[in-house]
Each structure stands twice: as structure tokens, then as C-alpha cells.
Design a protein around this ligand. Structure first.
Ligand code: ARG
Ligand code: ZN
Length: 849
């Protein structure tokens, strides 16, 4: 256990810093174990602050020298930073510190990856580089000089003077320290240019390790598409002469929006048809867009403090989702996002880690880069847009950029912009930011004399620290269908504000069939006792593509739950309806593939939990497997035709059209594998000329248990490609039979290529183990123990990734007594580790509470 009680930070404690920073000049003399960082910072008393304590954050720094206005000073140093007596008017602070990037395994601050220097400062990494007021509301211009003998040296802003052994950079836009970045290494660039709509030419570059040059073209196109889209849709132009992206193999997260110098986990930028799947391409495009869009929503307008993280993240996720919809199709993107929301955010929001979209307290902010802040944060913006309408949303965003450019803002600022632009009172809407938990929405209907009435009730179960919930504003998009399937009421948004509320539709000739929560217009659990006939009708006729998919999903869920609980047979009528959809060649292949993929095992566990039933992972696995077998046998005659139809004959393109065909093909191949013991999958595996086909075939072989040969030939082919080998590690654990998952994961930790200090590789093994639902929850606790052992090992090196992976245990309380006790023991073992990091201690403490 920790010796000192960890400090908790509260939103309500906010006070501005006592000093403004007028300018920052940094000089780095790079060396792996003794980098010198010289800083020269102009401070001036902040007239808006009453507390004039001069405290600079600083951790794990060796102070060599400090001076104020040229005279040496001796500050008072603690493990968190320093204080010093300073003049009461503008002054120049200088410091020289020494740091050891080669020993930095936490990957926070300045560290090394394969001989390359790079930084990650968000949220609080800059304090590991030098002494500074490391808080987002302190903004300044930066000038940086890097000295080393490495060929490429990059920082934020525009390039300045460069010579033998040094490079200078100047960023004219005031920014908080978390957006600082530095990269130095032996890198090759993939260059291009973009001309902004006002005619500025921007030099673009993607920097990678030698050998990866051929994996940059797609990312570059995604960048240019993003730059154009932000101009067209939000009127936002790029504001520097240069935009650099760097790919790094060792990175805790996906990517980082440092001003003018985005740093990416190499898995989120490098792409080629031979090594990346369609899903990889789509994700890379979205992340490049996300980081680029931060230039306005995050960088030009930043957050006042870390409690406001959703101000930039929720909005930027919302914007990247809009971009992907425009690039690849709205319905499919929305369905993917809702699947993800239910898989990742709902369990978080309904368990011990539940927190508001804007948290009010934390110990370690890195633990709050969550699905709630990001994805629910984006849902909240989608609701706001739906409530005010598209035109008002555009007007409000213009006002936001206009009013707050150059500022560090709060959610209050954001909502005030919408109130001013629309005249609406958003006090009740604000509860979406302050109340945690997933609202439940139940609905009943009645029909009389041409009037159809829908009555809704909302309630939100208690969450940690929030026992009582007030009603929220819920936008409920509804359409009505007549008995012949015609839409008699096009989509309208009902605005629910009370705990219970009715909405009437007049002038209807007969009782309509309602399509409720179209487009998933609010992140809620919808409870409605709908008959199977009505759902089947919606599956056949709903004009809203999301709800048509949802009707099928509901039917699949219902049947699976009956199979799990009562050993029922799969619902015949549903399978007939679904058969019509998947063989309907007028429908988009992507959409049909989504229809074929039923709820995952963890989604079923989540649904059972929402119903108040203890999920049994083995029963869930058995039912899912049985349903797959039923579908395969039932549709045997269709499978060859569907496989042929989904075969792409043109050259590989990572666009949504081809990706849809391959997704349909993969769903069909999974069924076919159940019938031919892997013959088709093996054939596809052997002839595949792109990673999507190769990996989907290998996944089928792994699922069928007949995989040794294919796995070893795949490894032999790709042993030198780190990103492909991550897939190899991950998929064989995620897709294997449940009783083999733990042993496989354990064996793979002994594989010579298991580099556990690399977060991608660690996650490939243990993220996949936790995604194999029944495998992770093996009744004897083997997976729990294995994961706990490795989290204890990793915590010393990399607290951030360790803490994040603890969330595999977040649902522990919902399982049976045996599993629960084993997960609790695993968590307590982690908690009891000597010298446990603050990150992991907070996560485990919250999960256990
Ligand atoms: N701002 C980055 C993004 O959303 C994520 C950085 C997360 N960093 C962290 N240490 N938690 O694109
Ligand atoms: Zn972001």
C-alpha cells in the first residue's frame, strides 16, 4: 500500500495561477541518459489571481541551476515541484535541469523509442521535462532549440534556423505546456503540401523509421481530406506553415495533437493493404482527422483545467464522427459507434468506475481519458445539435470560435455560447455533464380515435457518489409506420424533460408501429416490451437504417437470452426475416454484414446485467456458438453465392464499398467454416493478397481450433513487422476457444517476441484476453491471475498503461460468487503490491469500492 494518502483534486477548488507566462524559450541538449534542458521564461504577476505563490511543477528532474533576472536563486524543491521568492513585477526565470530520456519507461515526458527521442506531455508530462506551471490555463508562445547529431529534429510551430547539430522552431500561437512536443531521430519523411482556402501553402510531412516509407500515403491523404473538410464544414483553416506527423512504436495512447507536430502510435498512422485491415484503414483515417481537428477544438480553444477534458475531446470525437460519416456513410458509422458505446461506455457508466462526462474529482487525470469523457462526451454534443437544429448548431460553433479563440475554457463557456446563439435555457441539459450513469427509458403506447400516444418514463440508477438523479432532457427521435410499412410520421424529435411524459400524434387512420430512438438519439437503455412481430415488422420496413439494424439486434438479443436462460431454440420467424435481409442484394454489403453480426458475448453479459440477471459466461458462449451453428446450417445453400458476391475483383482499395464487401465475406466465411471444417478459410488464407482477407481467414481457423499450421506460417511471413505481429499475438487469444485463452496468453508471454514494455504488444496479449469473454472469465480464475501477475510487473515500468488495463476487472461485481471472489482476490493482490503507482492505486481502489 501507499505510504502517504494520495492527493485528490477537485473541480470546485479551481483558482488561476498567480503569474502569466509571456514567453518561453527552451534549449535541449539531447543525450540518452543526461539530456540538459535550459529554460528561459518571462513571468508577470497575473492581475486576476489573488494567490501569488510561485509554484512550478517539476518531477524527476535534477536541477542544475536556477536564476531570476540573471541572479542565481535556490528554490525550495519537493517531489512535485518548487517554490521560490520572486519579484512583484515582470521577471525572467531561467533554469537548467537534467533528465534521462533513455530511462523513462513510463512514456510520459521526454523518452526514447528505438533510438528516437519523443515526447508525450498531455496531461501532465511537461513537468517531467522542466519546471513549469504545467496547467492548461497557462498559455504562452514557445521558441525551441534542439541540439543533437540526429538528422531530424522537430518541435511545434514553424521551422526556424537549422544548422549542423541544431534546429530551431518557433510557435507563434500561445499554447499550454501539454501541447509541447519534441522529436529527434533518424527518420524519413513522406512529404506533400496543402493549400488552404485563403491561399497559404502548408508543408505536410509524415515522419517514420526507415523501412516504413511505403506506409504513409494513406495517412497523408486522410490528413489532406481532414484539412479540406474542416474548412468546408466548420470554416476552420490551418494556421502554420508546417504540419508534421511522427509515428512512434512505443506510445501509451492512440495519438496526440501537439501544435503543428502530432505524434502517433505507429499503429494509428502506418497503413498498407498488405499489412493493414479495412478496419485499420478506417481507424487511421478517423484518428488523423481527430488529431487534426484538435487544432481548433483543443489547441486554439483549450481547456481551463483537466476537469473540462470533454470540452475538447467530446467535441473532437463528435467532429471526427461527422467526418467519417461523410467519407464512408452515415448509417454504418452510427451503428459502429453505438456498438462501441455499448461495449465500452455502458459497462463503465454502470459500474464502479462510473463518473460524469465532466468529472468533479480525480487523483490521477490519466485515469479519466475514458469512454465516458470521449464517447459519451460526443453523444452529448450530438444531442445538443439535435435539440437546437443544424443551423443553430453551426451558428453556435461560429460564435464559439469567435468568442473563445486563444482562451482556456469551461463547459459553462461552451453552453453559454449555445444559449446566446439560440436563446435556449440549457440549465437542465447541463445535467448530461454532471450526472453519471446510463438513463433507462421505458415506453408504453395507446391508440384511440385517431390519436396515438407514447408515454415515456426516465430514471437513472444510482452511481458511486451520486445516489439521486434528476430528470434530464432527452431528445427522442421517433417516426411512425403504417401497417403496410409506409412512413405515416417522418422522424420528429420529442423533447422529454420530465420524469414521465406523454406525446400525442393526431389524425392517424389506424394504430401505427413506432420506431423509437431513431439514430440512437440519446445514450440511454431503452426498455420496451415489444412483440417479436413488431420487431420483425421494423426489421422488414423501418425507414431509419439505424433502427432497422436495431430491430434485428433486439431480436437477436432476445433469442440469445432465451437460449441462455431457458435453453430455448433460436427464433424461427426472426431467422426468416434476417435471411431476407442478408440475401437482399439491393442493400449495402456493409449493412448486411452488420446485420449478420449479432451481439457480442460481453454485450449479452451487459444486457443480462441490465435485466438484473447474473451473467454466466459459459452459457453465453454456448448459446452464441449454437446460434452460429444454426445459421450456418440453415443458410448453407446461400453461403457459396454470398461468398462469391462478396469477392472483390478489382485491385484493393480501402474504401467503404470494398470494405463492406469484405466484411460481408468475413461474416459468411465464419459460417462456412462451421460447415467445411476450415477448407474455405484455408483456401482464402493461402491466396489472400491483403491483410483483411488474410486475417479474417486466420481468425476463422483459430475459431475452429484448427490453426497451428496457419499461425506458424503467418508468423514466419510477418516476423519482422511489429504491427502485424501485434495482430498475430492478439487475434489468436481473442478468437480462440474459451478454455484455451488463458493458456495461450501465458504461452505467448514466453514467446521471444513478447516485448512487454511495448504497450501495443502488452495490449495485444492482455487486451485480447480480456475481450475473449468466456476465456477471460474461465471459472478457475486462470485468466484473472495471469492478468494480475502481469499488471503487477508492468506497474513499475508503465503506470499509465497498467492503470488503464485494470478496467478489465470493472464488471467484477456482476458475476457469480465464485468468479467475483477470484476477481476480488486478483484486485486485492494488485492493490497490495509494494510501491504501487498512484495511477493503478486509484483505479483498483475505485473498482473495489
Ligand atoms: N489528446 C489525445 C487525443 O485524444 C489523447 C492524449 C491522452 N494522453 C494521456 N496521457 N492520457 O487525441
Ligand atoms: Zn482527442
Amino acid at each position: 500500500m501507499k505510504d502517504a494518502a494520495p492527493q485528490t483534486f477537485y473541480l470546485s477548488d479551481y483558482t488561476p495561477f498567480g503569474y502569466e507566462v509571456r514567453d518561453v524559450a527552451l534549449r535541449f541538449v539531447l543525450s540518452p541518459s543526461a539530456t540538459r534542458v535550459h529554460s528561459r521564461i518571462t513571468f508577470a504577476p497575473n492581475p486576476a489571481a489573488s494567490d501569488k505563490t510561485f509554484f512550478l511543477h517539476g518531477e524527476q528532474l535534477k536541477l542544475i541551476r536556477a536564476a531570476i533576472n540573471g541572479a542565481e536563486v535556490t528554490p525550495n524543491i519537493t517531489p512535485e515541484g518548487l517554490t521560490c521568492d520572486v519579484p512583484d513585477s515582470e521577471f525572467v526565470w531561467e533554469a537548467e535541469v537534467e533528465i534521462a530520456p533513455a530511462e523513462n519507461t513510463a512514456l510520459e515526458g521526454l523518452y526514447m523509442s528505438n533510438g528516437m527521442y519523443c515526447t508525450q506531455c498531455e496531461a501532465e508530462g511537461f513537468r517531467k521535462i522542466t519546471y513549469y506551471p504545467d496547467r492548461p490555463d497557462v498559455m504562452s508562445t514557445f521558441t525551441v532549440r534542439i541540439e543533437s547529431d540526429l538528422p531530424i529534429m522537430l518541435s511545434n510551430g514553424n521551422p526556424g534556423e537549422t544548422g549542423a547539430g541544431y534546429a530551431e522552431w518557433h510557435d507563434p500561437w500561445p499554447k499550454p505546456a501539454y501541447l509541447f512536443a519534441l522529436v529527434a531521430g533518424d527518420l524519413v519523411g513522406h512529404a506533400d503540401t496543402f493549400t488552404t482556402k485563403s491561399g497559404n501553402q502548408v508543408d505536410l510531412n509524415i515522419w517514420v523509421r526507415p523501412g516504413d516509407e511505403d506506409k504513409c500515403a494513406f495517412g497523408m491523404q486522410a490528413l489532406k481530406d481532414s484539412m479540406k473538410w474542416d474548412e468546408d464544414v466548420y470554416g476552420r483553416e490551418y494556421d502554420l506553415n508546417t504540419f508534421n506527423i511522427v509515428a512512434v512504436d512505443d506510445f501509451n495512447m492512440g495519438a496526440m495533437e501537439n501544435k503543428g507536430l502530432n505524434i502517433f502510435n505507429s499503429s494509428c498512422v502506418l497503413a498498407s493493404p498488405a499489412t493493414s485491415t479495412d478496419a485499420n484503414f478506417e481507424r487511421i483515417e478517423a484518428i488523423i482527422a481527430h488529431e487534426y481537428f484538435h487544432n481548433w477544438t483543443g489547441n486554439r480553444i483549450t481547456c481551463r483545467d483537466w476537469f473540462q477534458l470533454c470540452l475538447k475531446e467530446g467535441l473532437t470525437v463528435f467532429r471526427d464522427a461527422q467526418f467519417t460519416s461523410d467519407m464512408r456513410g452515415e448509417a454504418v458509422k452510427r451503428i459502429h459507434d453505438v456498438i462501441e458505446l455499448r461495449a465500452r461506455q455502458f459497462p463503465e457508466d454502470q459500474g464502479p468506475l462510473s463518473h460524469p462526462v465532466r468529472p468533479e474529482q480525480f487523483q490521477e487525470i490519466n485515469n479519466f481519458y475514458t469512454a465516458t469523457v470521449y464517447e459519451k462526451g460526443a453523444e452529448v454534443i450530438g444531442m445538443l445539435k439535435r435539440l437546437v437544429g443544424d443551423d443553430a448548431y453551426a451558428k453556435a460553433l461560429d460564435l464559439y470560435f469567435d468568442r473563445h479563440d486563444g482562451q482556456a475554457c469551461t463547459i459553462e463557456d461552451w453552453l453559454t455560447v449555445f444559449e446566446d446563439a439560440t436563446g435556449r435555457d440549457l440549465a437542465q441539459f447541463k445535467r448530461w455533464y454532471s450526472q453519471s450513469g446510463t438513463p433507462r427509458l421505458s415506453v408504453t403506447d395507446s391508440y384511440q380515435d385517431g390519436t396515438y400516444t407514447l408515454t415515456f418514463k426516465q430514471s437513472t440508477p444510482p452511481t458511486p457518489g451520486q445516489m439521486v438523479k434528476d430528470p434530464k432532457v432527452i431528445p427522442i427521435a421517433v417516426g411512425l409506420l403504417g401497417p403496410n410499412g409506409d412512413e405515416v410520421q417522418p422522424t420528429v424529435t420529442l423533447e422529454m424533460t420530465d420524469a414521465e411524459q406523454s406525446f400525442a400524434f393526431d389524425g392517424l387512420g389506424s394504430k401505427p408501429i413506432p420506431s423509437i430512438l431513431r439514430g440512437f438519439s440519446a445514450p440511454v437503455v431503452l426498455d420496451r416490451d415489444t412483440s417479436a412481430e413488431e420487431r420483425a415488422f421494423l426489421l422488414a420496413h423501418d425507414t431509419d437504417p439505424f433502427n432497422r439494424w436495431e430491430a434485428n439486434r433486439e431480436l437477436a438479443r432476445t433469442t440469445l437470452i432465451a437460449m441462455i436462460r431457458d435453453d430455448a431454440a433460436p427464433d424461427e420467424a426472426w431467422l426468416e426475416g434476417l435471411e431476407r435481409v442478408i440475401t437482399d442484394t439491393t442493400l449495402d454489403a456493409n449493412y448486411r454484414a452488420l446485420m449478420m453480426s449479432g451481439p457480442s458475448q460481453s454485450e449479452l453479459a451487459q444486457t443480462l446485467h441490465e435485466m438484473g440477471i447474473t451473467p454466466d459466461p459459459d452459457a453465453i458462449w454456448t448459446a452464441s456458438d449454437r446460434l452460429g451453428q444454426t445459421m450456418a446450417e440453415r443458410w448453407e445453400a446461400h453461403l457459396p453465392g454470398l461468398l462469391a458476391e462478396s469477392t472483390v475483383t478489382e485491385a484493393y482499395r480501402p474504401d467503404s464499398h470494398q470494405a463492406g464487401q469484405r466484411a460481408l465475406g468475413a461474416a459468411v466465411l465464419a459460417l462456412q467454416t462451421r460447415l467445411d471444417r476450415g477448407a474455405s478459410a484455408r483456401a482464402q488464407f493461402e491466396t489472400a493478397d491483403n491483410m483483411t482477407l488474410q486475417l479474417s481467414a486466420l481468425t476463422c481457423l483459430v475459431r475452429s481450433g484448427n490453426d497451428e499450421e496457419a499461425l506458424s506460417s503467418f508468423a514466419a511471413q510477418w516476423k519482422d513487422d511489429r504491427l502485424v505481429m501485434d495482430k498475430w499475438f492478439g487475434m489468436q487469444i481473442a478468437a480462440t476457444l474459451p478454455d484455451r485463452a488463458a493458456d495461450r496468453a501465458k504461452a505467448l508471454t514466453e514467446h521471444p517476441a513478447f516485448d512487454w514494455k511495448n504497450p501495443n504488444r502488452f495490449r495485444a496479449v492482455f487486451g485480447s484476453l480480456s475481450m475473449n469473454h468466456a476465456g477471460f472469465h474461465r471459472a478457475d480464475g486462470a485468466s484473472y491471475d495471469l492478468l494480475a501477475d502481469w499488471l503487477i510487473t508492468l506497474d513499475d515500468k508503465n503506470p499509465q498503461t497498467t492503470a488503464r488495463m485494470c478496467s478489465a476487472f470493472q464488471t467484477w461485481k456482476r458475476y457469480d460468487a465464485g468468479r467475483k471472489a477470484k476477481m476480488q482476490a486478483a484486485l486485492e493482490r494488485i492493490q497490495g503490491k509494494d510501491g504501487l503507482s498512484r495511477d493503478t492505486a486509484e483505479m483498483v481502489g475505485r473498482i473495489l469500492s
